[in-house]
Ligand binder design. Structure first.
Ligand SMILES: C[S@@+](CC[C@H](N)C(=O)[O-])C[C@H]1O[C@@H](n2cnc3c(N)ncnc32)[C@H](O)[C@@H]1O
Length: 536
């Protein structure tokens, strides 16, 4: 926990926040890394070549996992503990034009270099939604919540590292990457390209837009998306992009939030569309003045300008959307009645709720260990129920065994049935034992599950599958034996190896062997020459 003395007193005018260099886990427990789950690389430190210690070819580096101190074969020479050792690039805070504060490179930075960790408070998605609304209601314009994975978010609003000052760009020189550090997922800002000293750092927020006032992007990129989150699913779904030839709508007002504006942006208690001043310069594109296009000037400066060229004027509430058509950004606008924000986004509907979702590059060390996809997110009693129900679904082999006249067959089937129920109950009790780890995995499904848990689970699951297979095989095999071999009465005229009349005997079946191409499982009790043909 950082104390208030860490309250960053930076340049004049920077809103205060608590400076932290490690994520704050007051929202949930920090994962404990078990010894057997520690990933140990195979690197060897060569004093004549210090680069040999945990470089690009290190197994841990390749899986975006930091080496664990005390376990890395390169010990103090290990170069793969950048998050843990806060090996940040030199950066500097500066005031941007129109986008609040920003961070710039205070040294030359190489492509791929780790720049800084995005630290903040680790909170659940529910908490993130709630906080986002609260901040919005408090009039906070800048959003600092990013997604860690489907279930957890990092909120750097009140506590965070200097990464919280990095602005968005549609043509970014940085990117976010996820790393596993001591069992926890952490987010770092990395250089996408070589960055020279004095250049502003920016990454693509990949914002998820949940409705509300659209935030105008002032990144200045030639191919700027015009709004933060414009590429997000939420934005595109709500702001349907009209195609040529569609019915046109009259345009007057565009709900926009420009972070350069000092005036508090308009808010409505119940509706999303915001009434703005009417646009003076307009020209109807279609006869009925509906759905006019707005040509956007290519953004050349940090403070972009929207030039409204083809706008008609009548009513007040509209939604804006845009597409890049033949190199020009084109904004089209839809009537308020077309949208139903309440239905689509009940939680976010009344706020300018934007939470940045960082794409994952997490190395794939995930094991699918839940009993079935349908059990995901179930509570404990339900999960128990699931495993019990699934075992009930198995065909009870007792009545099946009784169908066979041969005592030998009956006993064999019962024996395999016993093995299967033992394996099933072992799997169920193991599931109870590791349930907390599985539930954690399911909540946090982009993280890796502990190897010890995965191994136990895989072993028990395989034992159960094998037992089930053996049982099925025993039933099948005994059904395939000629009646006489199963101790049943054979009508006169049928030799032991002859099929009943009218039955097809697959060609190529010799007396003692299976047909060519027939798969006869090896090592399963009965000799192969008993598998001949189906008689029932
Ligand atoms: C994580 S903060 C970045 C730091 C922020 N500029 C500050 O002064 O604290 C994100 C906020 O900065 C502003 N911002 C970032 N990139 C922007 C951009 N390209 N255009 C407009 N505003 C931007 C938005 O208000 C956004 O919600």
């Amino acid at each position: 926990m950082q104390s208030e003395s860490n309250m960053a007193q930076l340049l004049e005018g920077v809103p205060p926040f608590v400076h932290i260099r490690q994520n704050d886990f007051s929202g949930r427990k920090h994962k404990k890394l078990k010894e057997e789950d520690i990933a140990v690389c195979e690197c060897k430190y060569d004093a004549y070549n210090p680069e040999s210690a945990c470089g690009e070819t290190c197994l841990n580096v390749l899986t975006s996992t930091e080496c664990t101190p005390g376990y890395c074969p390169c010990s103090e020479h290990c170069r793969n503990q950048k998050f843990q050792k806060c090996e940040y690039a030199k950066t500097k805070l500066f005031k941007t034009e129109g986008r609040g504060w920003g961070l710039l490179a205070d040294q030359n930075i190489k492509a791929g270099q780790f720049i800084i960790e995005y630290c903040g408070e680790v909170i659940s998605s529910e908490e993130a939604k709630q906080r986002s609304q609260t901040y919005e209601a408090q009039g906070l314009r800048d959003a600092y919540i990013i997604s860690l994975n489907a279930n957890y978010f990092i909120d750097a609003t009140k506590k965070g590292s200097f990464a919280r000052f990095i602005n968005h760009s549609c043509e970014p020189n940085c990117e976010t990457r996820k790393w596993t550090v001591l069992g926890e997922t952490r987010v770092g800002i990395f250089a996408k390209i070589d960055i020279s000293v004095g250049t502003e750092l920016a990454y693509d927020y990949n914002f998820e837009w949940y409705g509300g006032v659209a935030v105008r992007c002032l990144c200045g990129a030639v191919n700027c998306s015009v709004f933060l989150g414009a590429k997000s699913h939420g934005f595109q779904e709500i702001n349907h992009v009209w195609e040529d030839g569609d019915a046109r709508y009259i345009v007057e007002n565009i709900p926009l939030y420009d972070s350069a504006d000092d005036e508090p942006f308009p808010r409505s208690a119940t509706t999303i569309p915001v009434q703005l001043a009417s646009v003076p310069n307009y020209a109807a594109e279609t006869k009925d003045n509906v759905g006019a296009k707005i040509q956007l000037e290519p953004v050349t400066s940090m403070k972009s300008k929207i030039k409204l060229e083809a706008v008609t004027s009548t009513e007040s509430h509209y939604f804006v959307s845009m597409a890049d058509m033949a190199g020009k950004s084109v904004v089209t606008v839809k009537k308020e009645e077309e949208y139903n924000f309440e239905d689509r986004n009940p939680v976010f509907s009344q706020t300018n709720a934007m939470i940045s979702r960082i794409r994952s590059n997490t190395a794939c060390r995930n094991y699918s260990i839940a009993p079935s996809p349908s059990s995901k997110k179930r509570s404990q009693p339900d999960m128990k129920q699931k495993t019990k129900t699934s075992s009930k679904k198995h065909v009870s082999s007792k009545p099946v065994a009784e169908l066979f006249a041969s005592k030998e067959a009956q006993e064999e089937i019962k024996r395999f049935e016993e093995i299967r129920s033992k394996a099933t109950s072992e799997l169920n009790s193991l599931y109870d034992e590791i349930r907390p780890a599985i539930e954690e995995y399911e909540r946090d499904n982009q993280d890796s599950v502990a190897t010890s848990v995965a191994e136990k689970w895989i072993q028990a699951a395989c034992a159960k599958f094998k037992a089930q297979f053996d049982l099925n095989y025993a039933i099948l095999k005994n059904s395939m034996l000629p009646r006489a071999a199963r101790g049943e009465m054979v009508p006169s005229g049928h030799g032991e190896d002859d099929p009943p009349q009218g039955e097809m005997v697959p060609s190529g079946h010799g007396k003692d062997g299976p047909a060519r191409g027939e798969v006869v499982p090896s090592g399963h009790g009965e000799p192969q020459n008993k598998v001949k043909y189906l008689t029932e």
